[in-house]
Design a protein around this ligand. Structure first.
Ligand SMILES: Cc1ncc(COP(=O)(O)OP(=O)(O)O)c(N)n1
Ligand code: 3NM
Ligand code: MG
Length: 513
């Protein structure tokens, strides 16, 4: 057995107060960060005397002691992400903000303002001015009571949280995660997310609000939920998940923590810590902030890829060769502004595919797919919001949707597609991608979580050399462009890939990047 490589654990600084009761504060942060595979460093801002029933004292550390801790860490253990929790005074907040701005302003910071705890404790900090910290914050996570204190008016409903957003956005360049768990709703809990433009994410989700909805877990043991959420976000950011993914993964982690919460003391008990989220049901639904999704008929429960190798081509000549070669799952992806030519090509392709009873997906052009009665459409995140999904459903057209992150996959699932594409796995020259290649380790996470709920297909940089590893993750299909279209004989290239996939069922093991 080999020891795990300590350098593979990113460092997360937790700047927060102790909780003598063990369920919240820096105790919860350190457990969370460690449980999620990062190394936690603990910078104590105050020592609290508390149990599961009450907070009886908060003793601030001096600014000198705070700076001693930070300077010691900076010398030896620079952070990949920082979580900031309870701060004891305005002087401490100002001192911390100045130090962070001077030394680590490039590091992503998650700020949980901790003015009011989910256990009901009020730390008496309602008058803190967070302005200096908010200028350098990456993700800001106030709850409803904290939003009320920040904007100086009543806030106890989702509508009031939405109304508060412009005022909060004016205070900070951070992404906002407004926690609605304390809003009175028996069935579900809903946080509101406002995304700026996160790095390595497509622009279509930037500067927009979303509802992150989870079923409410019936437990009174929720001490430290805000601490756990913010430190989990920091841990996932430190592991290079894009910010929307860090947020939905952290939400899933807290949801599981609530499911596995336990009584500790006579009052508000503590949360379970159960590692990387594994269960789709723990993830929030990602819904638009305004309006609602149209209600769709159920997706085609029995859709399956006939061919696990799914070539994506741009013309009818290659489509014909593939159909003759026995390929029964294909996509026509034509990027052209010539509308007459486009319509003719799509109509011809649909007619051809029907002759072979093939599953032909039309990329992007859902109106033409409807008009010419295609078997299926493949839509990107930018297409799906404006596509008439209800009309496609009513016409019996099978729908595949793209995703490039957990966040996008959750958006896609809210449209109830028939399959989910996971991209891009390896580097590709076929198209310019805003996202980074996901790699096999991440594909394995996606497959673990999504592949049992919906057929999945991996795409991006897949060829004969890496197909076996893709197959081993458990996705149901691999979509390929260049591996087929650049071959002299496209049908032969397809057959080799198909053969490799079918052979690989028992003989290959995944080797992670
Ligand atoms: C199987 C499959 N997966 C993903 C894509 C990408 O679709 P989209 O996001 O719509 O991007 P474009 O293909 O339109 O550039 C796909 N085409 N097929
Ligand atoms: C069209 C497309 N969509 C992607 C996604 O990630 O959504 S990657 C991609 C190109 C895949 O081409 P190749 O197999 O030549 O790398
Ligand atoms: Mg598209």
């Amino acid at each position: 057995m080999t020891a795990s490589n300590s350098s593979s654990r990113p460092t997360v600084w937790c700047i927060a107060a102790t909780d003598s009761g063990g369920g919240a504060g820096i105790t919860a942060d350190v457990r969370t960060v460690s449980d999620l595979g990062c190394h936690p460093c603990a910078v104590v801002t105050a020592i609290t005397a508390q149990n599961s029933l009450m907070v009886s004292a908060v003793a601030a550390v001096s600014n000198a002691t705070l700076l001693d801790q930070l300077n010691a860490l900076l010398l030896d253990m620079p952070p990949q992400a920082i979580k900031i929790g309870l701060l004891a005074s305005q002087a401490q907040l100002d001192c911390l903000a100045a130090w962070l701005a001077a030394h680590v302003s490039h590091v992503p910071m998650v700020l949980d303002p901790v003015l009011s705890a989910s256990s009901g404790s009020d730390f008496g900090r309602a008058k803190l001015d967070f302005t200096p910290l908010l200028a350098i914050t990456t993700v800001f996570t106030p709850n409803v009571a904290e939003v009320a204190a920040l904007i100086g008016s009543q806030c106890s409903s989702s509508e009031q949280l939405i109304a508060a957003m412009p005022q909060l956005l004016a205070m900070t360049p951070a992404h906002l995660l407004l926690k609605g768990g304390d809003i009175d709703d028996a069935a579900s809990a809903e946080d509101l997310l406002y995304l700026r433009q996160p790095p390595f994410c497509a622009a279509q989700h930037a500067e927009q609000g979303f509802r992150l909805r989870t079923p409410r877990i019936a437990t009174g043991n929720n001490h430290g939920t805000g601490c756990m959420l913010s430190s989990a976000i920091a841990a996932f950011i430190a592991q290079d998940w894009v910010i929307p993914d860090a947020i939905v993964l952290a939400k899933a982690y807290v949801q599981r923590g609530l499911s596995e919460s336990y009584q500790a003391g006579m009052g508000t008990g503590a949360l379970g810590h159960s590692g990387m989220p594994q269960c789709l049901n723990d993830f929030p639904q990602v819904l638009p902030l305004q309006g609602s999704l149209p209600t769709f008929e159920a997706h085609h429960d029995n859709f399956a890829f006939v061919s696990p190798i799914y070539p994506v081509v741009s013309n009818c000549a290659q489509l014909t060769e593939l159909l003759r070669g026995g390929c029964l799952t294909l996509q026509l992806r034509v990027k052209s502004d010539d509308t007459a030519q486009l319509a003719a090509t799509i109509q011809q392709a649909i007619t051809l595919a029907k002759r072979y009873h093939a599953q032909l997906f039309i990329n992007d052009h859902w109106r033409l797919a409807l008009k010419y009665h295609a078997y299926g459409v493949h839509l990107g995140q930018e297409d799906v919001a404006e596509a008439d999904i209800a009309a496609l459903r009513a016409a019996g057209i099978v729908i595949g949707l793209s995703s490039h992150s957990f966040f996008e996959a959750l958006i896609a699932l809210s449209y109830r597609p028939d399959y989910l594409a996971l991209g891009h796995i390896f580097a590709t020259t076929t198209k310019v991608m805003p996202s980074l290649p996901q790699g096999l380790t991440r594909l394995q996470h996606y497959a673990n979580i999504f592949a049992s709920a919906i057929p999945t297909v991996a795409i991006g940089g897949i060829d004969l050399g890496n197909l076996a590893q893709i197959r081993a993750t458990g996705v149901q299909a691999a979509a390929v462009v260049r591996a087929v279209t650049n071959a002299d004989d496209v049908a032969d290239a397809y057959l080799q890939l198909q053969q490799q996939w079918l052979q690989g069922e028992t003989t290959w093991e995944v080797a992670y990047d």
